[in-house]
Design a protein around this ligand. Structure first.
Ligand code: DP6
Length: 349
């Protein structure tokens, strides 16, 4: 654990002058999607979600307490974090300080291994790394379940990135503190299932509608939302059984229909929330062609135009070439299941 202490006597009391922790977390892609909050303040999702943590594009975050600073300072890839990103980080630090009973400001330095502008920078890896580093720096002793609850307060999908491989985030029930306790992530052990996820980045630009705004509008105005949330429950049950059998075709079919259903609820919002663009549809067509040619490949999409395609590792090269040809100008990267969030070791400091 990277926790540095330098104590200095200040009168009778001791004061922590330099205390820091660095954490690394990886993004995850949901096979059963989260979309919609029933409590925005506590960040409680309406539906359970299930994801695969990836082995690419980690986020590395250092939180250092600065007792003498006037305020928090947040940098993202070396530049000051502006606007909403900085505000969300400071609000998250406020929560950690409240839980830890501390008041010192901190500096937060976040670095994303994702190539700049690739459109894949993830709030999931970001808030998972921040939760782990901030908890350690402020001296909160949390087990992985409690860490996932904390990460959820930054971004619901971040709860799942606390864990490696496959993880479920429970929507839970109740209200207030009870709801907060009941919504957390945990691993879904699937030792023998190790698919490839081929990601077609068709547009690296920032999205027009944030996932936060898009899901709020969907919940408030889409007549299809309730139906999707109900069908998602059945999808989750079937998904767990398919994972237990390491059945790529079933996992892929369920993931694809769950994602397309989520996008259908968005399209029915008023006004419509649409993340798909013409290259997205071209890639989805290519996935259908691959299947027609006997290559098991299944698509999922999040709050953006990029497409993630689940397939057997042995087919990943062919799938990547096909997706790249379908959307000229796109970039394609292949991921596998990845590790849990962790603090830096002594050797890495
Ligand atoms: C479509 O977790 O980014 O990727 O909780 O508001 O921070 P906030 O949203 P976020 O939404 C992710 C939505 C999704 C599906 C998923 O990852 O489950």
């Amino acid at each position: 654990m990277r926790t540095e202490h330098r104590l200095e006597a200040v009168g009778p009391a001791e004061r922590v002058l330099d205390r820091a922790a660095t954490a690394v977390a990886h993004p995850n892609i949901a096979l059963i999607k989260y979309w919609g909050k029933r409590d925005e303040r506590l960040m409680i999702p309406y539906v359970d979600s299930l994801s695969m943590t990836l082995d690419i594009f980690p986020t590395t975050t250092t939180v250092r307490l600065c007792p003498d600073a006037a305020a928090d300072s947040v940098t993202l890839d070396g530049a000051p974090a502006r606007g909403e990103v900085g505000q969300r980080v400071v609000a998250f630090l406020d929560l950690v300080r409240q839980l830890a009973g501390r008041t010192e400001p901190a500096t937060v330095d976040t670095r994303n291994a994702v190539p700049t502008g690739a459109g894949l920078a993830s709030s999931a890896s970001g808030f998972a790394a921040l939760a782990l580093a901030a908890a350690a720096a402020y001296g909160l002793d949390l087990d992985p379940t409690a860490l996932s609850r904390l990460a959820r307060r930054g971004s619901v999908s971040a709860a799942r990135s606390i864990f490696g491989d496959f993880a479920i985030c429970h929507a839970g029930g109740g209200t207030g503190a009870e709801a907060d306790l009941a919504s957390y992530a945990e691993p879904v052990p699937v030792p023998d299932f190790d698919p490839a996820l081929v990601i077609a980045v068709v547009n690296a630009g920032p999205k027009a509608v944030s996932s936060r705004g898009g899901m709020r509008r969907t919940v408030e105005t889409s007549p299809l939302y309730a139906a999707w949330a109900t069908s998602s429950k059945a999808d989750l049950t079937e998904m767990r059984a398919a994972l237990a059998r390491s059945d790529l075709d079933a996992v892929g079919e369920i993931a694809e229909r769950n994602a397309l259903g989520m996008h259908a609820t968005m399209l029915a919002a008023r006004p419509a929330v649409r993340y798909m663009s013409p290259p997205t549809v071209a890639v989805l067509d290519a996935v259908l062609r691959l299947r027609a040619d006997g290559v098991p490949a299944y698509a999922t999409m999040d709050a953006g135009p990029n497409v993630k395609v689940l397939c057997h590792p042995a087919d990943a090269e062919r799938v990547a070439a096909t997706l790249g040809a379908a959307a000229p100008g796109s970039s394609v990267v292949t991921a596998r299941r990845g590790p849990a969030a962790r603090l830096w070791t002594e050797a890495e400091r």
